[in-house]
Design a binder for this molecule. Sequence first.
Ligand code: NAP
Length: 310
Amino acid sequence: MSENLYDVAIIGGGPAGLTAGLYTSRANLKTLLVERMIMGGQVMTTTKVENYPGFPGGIDGPDLMMRFQEHCQEFGLKVDYGEVENLVDEGAEKVLTVDGKKVRARAVIITTGAEPRKLDIPGEKEFTGRGVSYCATCDGAFFRNVPVAIVGGGDTAAEEALFLTRFASKVYLIHRRDKLRATSILQDRLAANEKIEILWNTTVERAEGDPSGLQAAQIRNVQSGEMRSLSLQGLFVAIGVVPKAHFLAEILKLDDEGYILTDAECRTSLPGVFAAGDVRKKILKQIATAVGDGAVAAIMAEKYLEDLES
Ligand code: NAP
């Protein structure tokens, strides 16, 4: 095997990628994990993880992901940083372009995950980093004793609204419908928190401010059509995620939303290429399911390589 040829290349260093890396390294497969920015994926922006088994009382997201990395290091997983630009199929070998350089691997596991969806409203881009944020855990502490809002009705919006009450004077949760998607335990906590006010059937139409930063959001009641200005210093957006698979659109089958289509064993439409975690089309996106996917993809990659050899 040439120096530059890996048995397995893993793209993405979140829970799915690190689990896949743990399994393939432990199976003595020459593995390279390529991460674009920060190891740990979306969990790095989570304050407390309460539903990953084995941690009664919960564990901070970054602490959990540090443990994942340490565990991988025990088995010698090699990690490189860079952006994978494309993937070319040469049959028994796949070629990745990472920041212009070629990396060859006999099997590839894609665990690129997903990134926050944008509201796509006037002022959003202009005030990003100056009031508009996609990560309450990262930026919440900048908003002490001022009113903020979070947009969305899922688990992320609910968890982040609760987190923001540690700092902000008031937290509006703005949701486009009259029913939240968030689990009932989180809904109960929202209802019990005096700092939180839910604005039902409401959308944000515009982010407004001045050179010092965001000052207000124009909001609309979708039932009455009434528009009003809400005074705010922070506008957090938690309206779901979009998969990071666009660079693979020409080589793999994706669904209409851009998720990679796989079978139950994490095989994509291209033999030798597997997908695991939030980038894969599936019902439940959790750390526990990403970990399960990562293990399945790794074992399937190992089996694929054995079949290639025989
Ligand atoms: P999500 O469950 O997809 O919820 C997205 C929310 O944003 C929905 O309430 C949706 O409204 C709203 N929304 C979508 N597009 C919008 C738009 N353009 N304008 C306004 N609102 C919009 O996303 P998530 O909360 O980020 O969660 C993603 C996945 O991670 C879920 O499977 C979730 O269970 C999981 N997660 C789990 C935990 C946990 O277990 N502790 C924590 C965080 C996330 P509608 O309801 O009207 O569609």
